[in-house]
Design a protein around this ligand. Structure first.
Ligand SMILES: [Mn+2]
Length: 328
């Protein structure tokens, strides 16, 4: 694969860090997703195979839908962090996305940052940042290949989960020809990808559907139908008995409407703390919009957090998005 030559030096330096150290920590971002979790476990398996001690600690709990992943029970949050010589930080564009793990990461000298976000802050001592990769899962796959390690079923399940979730089931433009070659190799291990997708996508708790129902009632449009947006108040979470993770794909319903270019979901975490997710169909770069508000992400999927009243935040963000649509 053409990928390897370009990244060979940087992967070599990661391999030598693995070789000369014994105790590792692997952590991922707040609101963990399939890419972050799948990559975290796949890297865990790799390090264990090299005889290392590995702690998997995040700032957020593991979402229920990913509990089917092998070794997922080893992922902890809110625990004492064991001494580590080096930390892998996966799928994290900036330290602000580390939540309460940030202080711990600041105390570790050897931080290895593996990520595919375009605007990555390069906060590690080693930064393997490749925006051409569909997912960190695809990067971890290349790490296995580079180390000439056989990919077995448990890690293939994790890497498939990472890639399928970060590419929107291969619908986004980041699902390249290379990505499909990687996935082909994962399928060759004999994993049951239908079962994996059942676990991720066809396993919806009622609370999540209730939350979707409430959110859909708020669906509105702007910019002559090119922007579709919805909101979820903290009361709606309570009414649906739902948690933050239950809102994960709701924004896609706004984007998927005929004629809509950008879908936006406003989520009220506390009275004056609003998380905003953006999704675009193809041409609009929503990372640009999110970065205006201090957020980040990818061309077709991004997010930011704004402090303020829901109604005024909503008005402002829709206005800025409409201006962006006009100018593109
Ligand atoms: Mn990712």
């Amino acid at each position: 694969m053409k990928f390897l030559s370009k990244n060979k030096r940087i992967i070599d330096s990661i391999v030598s860090q693995i070789a000369c150290r014994k105790r590792f920590l692997i952590t991922i971002h707040i609101y963990p997703d399939g890419d972050a979790i799948g990559s975290q476990i796949a890297l865990y398996i790799l390090l264990k195979r090299m005889g290392k001690e590995v702690a998997l600690i995040n700032s957020f709990p593991l979402p229920a839908r990913y509990k089917f992943l092998p070794n997922s029970e080893l992922i902890k949050h809110n625990v004492t962090i064991p001494d580590s010589e080096a930390a892998f930080v996966l799928d994290v564009g900036s330290k602000g996305r580390l939540g309460n793990m940030r202080d711990h990461i600041n105390n570790i000298k050897t931080v290895i940052n593996i990520d595919h976000h375009l605007g990555n802050d390069r906060f590690g001592i080693i930064n393997w940042v490749d925006p051409h990769m569909s997912s960190v899962g695809e990067q971890i796959f290349h790490l296995y290949k580079h180390m000439k390690l056989e990919i077995k079923k448990p890690e293939a399940i994790c890497l498939y989960t990472a890639i399928v979730t970060d590419t929107g089931s291969f619908q986004y433009s980041n699902a390249s020809a290379e990505t499909h070659l990687v996935v082909s190799e994962l399928l060759e291990t004999g994993i049951d990808h239908t079962r994996i997708c059942n676990q991720i996508y066809q396993n919806i708790p009622v609370s999540k559907l209730k939350l979707l129902q409430l959110a859909l009632e708020t669906l509105s449009f702007d910019a002559k139908g090119k922007i579709g947006y919805m909101f979820i108040t903290s009361d709606m979470y309570t009414k649906a008995c739902a948690a933050e993770e239950d809102s994960e794909e709701i924004v896609e319903y706004a984007r998927n409407v005929a004629g809509v270019e950008v879908g936006i979901l406003f989520k009220q975490h506390s009275k004056r703390n609003i998380k905003i997710s953006f999704r675009s169909k193809s041409k609009i770069d929503v990372r640009k919009i999110a970065s205006r508000f201090g957020g980040g992400g990818h061309h077709n999927a991004s997010a930011c957090t704004i402090n303020g009243e829901l109604s005024s935040v909503l008005k402002n963000v829709v206005r800025v998005t409409a201006l962006e649509l006009e100018s593109s």
